[in-house]
Design a protein around this ligand. Structure first.
Ligand code: ZN
Ligand code: ZN
Length: 347
């Protein structure tokens, strides 16, 4: 099969022929019809993820068709239209037994713990735990955008953030996950403040339901701007970018007893990120993480997509071929970009 491969961190990736994957007994091989390009792929390529072994094939936001199923898979067969959360769970550890597959103790992540979906085929483990059926009317490109950013944003806003109608929600960083969060929060009846350095990203955020915008390239203190616009601070705030500055601004922009959800990854040479804990204590803030979303919690989200309340299709702003992935991956470092880029390995 053809796949995007890199041999060294930060060195250009290339498209080349590699061996086709085989399914594990409990796994499947999926023919990849669409796969999203994500900032996590760029972090992985840069060597920020200790799970990656070289040479490596990135890619974790995928949708496609089951090509082959292992002998112990009972729920899926060749021809099924499927997607997966980027966290694939084992199905048997205590976290999985509690229904929290998104933090499985023995999780695998395509494109990180093993070869991913910037390829014509990808192997996925524990298919009966992890696969999600893609409805006939949903395109593969849309489905590919669900597995990482959209589902992560949905869990951050709805499941972890417990958004309520009428609340103020601040979203720091309006790339793929941030714009998804804006759309989901607005659809939940919240009033949304979008924060980004890019006027184009803020324009998109307005399109997706943000009622207030803070241009972080001009605002001296984005947290103060959010507090001003929301009459004292957001009820719920997300750092959807993942930087020490946006993390702190998200926390500093909350009102009393507000909830911060960290969604953007925070790789750091020091291994830790300073956060304003004094404010968390004094204002009784909640600081939460959000890590993907379990496959079994997809149905309410898919129902909102089916009903047209949520429109992940609008987030897909460009479609490229597999050959264009290496340069698009490299470009992510300097310009993460607004919206979602999807590669189609068979085009
Ligand atoms: Zn992703
Ligand atoms: Zn598990």
């Amino acid at each position: 099969m053809r796949a995007v491969v890199f041999e060294q961190y930060g060195e250009p990736a290339e498209v080349r022929e590699v061996a086709d994957p085989r399914p594990a007994e409990h796994g499947v091989v999926v023919r990849v019809e669409a796969t999203g390009l994500c900032r996590s792929d760029w972090h992985g390529w840069q060597g920020h993820d200790p799970d990656i072994a070289l040479p490596h094939v990135p890619g974790h936001e995928l949708a496609g068709v089951v090509e082959e199923a292992g002998a112990r898979v009972t729920g899926w067969r060749p021809g099924d239209r499927v997607t997966v959360p980027f966290v694939c769970a084992c199905g048997t550890c205590p976290a999985c037994a509690a229904g929290d597959q998104q933090v499985c103790e023995r999780q695998t992540q395509p494109g990180f713990t093993h070869w991913g979906s910037f390829a014509q085929y990808v192997a996925l483990d524990h298919a009966d735990v992890n696969l999600v059926a893609v409805p006939e009317e949903m395109s593969y490109a849309t489905a590919a955008s669900l597995g990482c950013r959209f589902a992560t944003a949905y869990r951050a806003v709805v499941q972890q953030g417990r958004v309520a109608a009428g609340e103020w929600v601040a979203v720091h960083g309006c790339g793929g996950v941030g714009l998804s969060a804006v759309m989901i929060a607005a659809a939940s009846g919240a009033r949304v403040v979008a924060v980004d350095v890019s006027p184009q990203a803020l324009d998109l955020a307005r399109t997706f339901g943000a009622t207030r915008c803070v241009d972080a390239s001009r605002a001296e203190d984005t947290a103060a701007a959010v507090r001003d616009l929301t009459g004292g601070g957001a009820h719920l705030s997300l750092d959807a970018l993942g930087s020490p500055a946006t993390c702190a601004a998200s926390i500093d922009g909350l009102r009393r007893r507000g909830r911060h959800v960290q969604v953007g990854l925070l790789p750091s040479p020091a291994g830790t990120t300073p956060v304003p804990m004094a404010r968390a204590i004094a204002l009784e803030l909640e600081l939460l993480g959000s890590h993907g979303m379990a496959a079994h919690t997809y149905p309410p989200m898919l129902e909102l997509v089916r009903a047209g309340v949520l429109r992940p299709d609008l987030l897909v702003t460009s479609t490229i071929t597999l050959d264009a992935v290496p340069s698009a991956l490299a470009a992510m470092g300097t310009a993460p970009g607004a919206g979602v880029t999807v590669a189609e390995p068979w085009s």
